[in-house]
Design a protein around this ligand. Structure first.
Ligand code: UDP
Ligand code: MG
Length: 313
């Protein structure tokens, strides 16, 4: 029987944690009782530098139930870092990562395990519908997934970070030393046999999203710039195209000069200067973004720092 670790990243989740602990420990107990997983299986709450009472609630739960463990990070490292901390700090045969707000359906976990038992190393939880998301989130998500595909980034459509992985897959993940984390594009790169399990994502039952637009955009840009060099290549193509157009324009200028008609309009000149300076700045910006990524990667700073662990050896 396999030891299952359910990893739950938490950041300021005091409103929902008690409910989550109750639901998830009931599920774990049921799976142990029905012989699906070993009795050493556990929940692992990763407290990602919460400033509310989340850590106190988690600590209390750990005292009451030995199947609940916890990792307290020294500060907020972000959702992706918290997931990684859970997977790297817990020793188990199978890992599942799920948001602490229960928006992803935990009842899919037994079905995910079935796929693992039949030989898969990775099982992706995929949202069936996005009815509970706002119109903005829904449309931007669709555009984003299409854009990633266009840029050659391989990611599972409508899959966030609800997934199950075997120990072998997690060990292999450790070979990816990236600092700019975008797990949902890294995991498919592992290449092991995978499966998908569909579920309806429900609305948050309590608390607010910890992913404001700025964080969401940073994650989205990580997804593009960590896995695709096409934006940089576009800049090069743009450069070629502009060089070509400029040489054509130059021919025209020489022609005007030769017929002594050089007192031409001011408007066209200003338009050209404005457009080209915009394009130049944008190109520089894109190159700068990639340079910034290299800057972060070469420093090799840790992705998370553990302050304390409970019920974990
Ligand atoms: N989260 C985290 N660190 C952060 C932000 C979020 O650990 O800096 C956790 C959060 O507690 C939740 C999960 O990541 O369990 C997903 O966040 P949220 O539900 O706010 O995102 P949404 O579902 O709105 O995209
Ligand atoms: Mg959520």
């Amino acid at each position: 029987m396999k030891k299952l670790a359910i990893i739950l990243p938490c950041y300021n989740e005091e409103e929902i944690l008690s409910q989550t602990i109750k639901t998830m420990s009931a599920l774990l107990a049921k799976m142990i009782k029905t012989g699906k997983i070993s009795k050493e299986s556990l929940l692992c709450f990763v407290n990602d530098g919460s400033r509310d009472k989340s850590w106190d609630i988690i600590k209390k739960a750990c005292l009451k139930n030995p199947n609940i463990s916890a990792v307290n990070l020294s500060k907020n490292f972000g959702h992706q870092g918290a997931i990684l901390a859970g997977m790297y700090e817990v020793s188990a045969d199978v890992y599942v990562t799920i948001d602490a707000d229960l928006q992803d359906n935990p009842n899919c976990i037994p079905e995910m395990l079935k796929n693992i038992n039949s030989g898969c190393d990775i099982v992706y939880g995929v949202r069936d519908s996005r009815q509970t998301d706002s119109f903005f989130k829904r449309t931007t998500a669709v555009i984003y997934y299409r854009l990633l595909k266009l840029l050659g980034v391989n990611i599972v459509y409508n899959h966030a970070d609800f997934r199950m992985m075997t120990r072998r897959a997690v060990e292999t993940l450790k070979q990816f030393p990236e600092r700019n984390l975008f797990l949902r594009a890294i995991i498919p790169l592992l290449g092991f046999k995978s499966a998908t399990v569909y579920y309806d994502r429900t609305a948050r039952q309590a608390g607010e999203t910890k992913y404001p637009l700025s964080k969401m955009m940073a994650l989205a840009w990580n997804g593009v710039s960590n896995f695709s060099i096409i934006p940089l290549r576009l800049v090069t193509f743009l450069g070629f195209a502009i060089c070509f157009l400029s040489s054509v324009f130059l021919c025209y200028v020489v022609y005007r000069w030769s017929i002594k008609g050089t007192i031409v309009g001011w408007a066209s000149l200003v338009t050209i200067i404005t457009i080209f300076s915009g394009v130049q700045l944008l190109s520089l910006g894109i190159i700068g973004e990639y340079l910034a990524k290299v800057f972060v990667e070469v420093k090799k700073r840790p992705l998370f720092i553990v302050d304390e662990k409970i019920n974990l050896s």
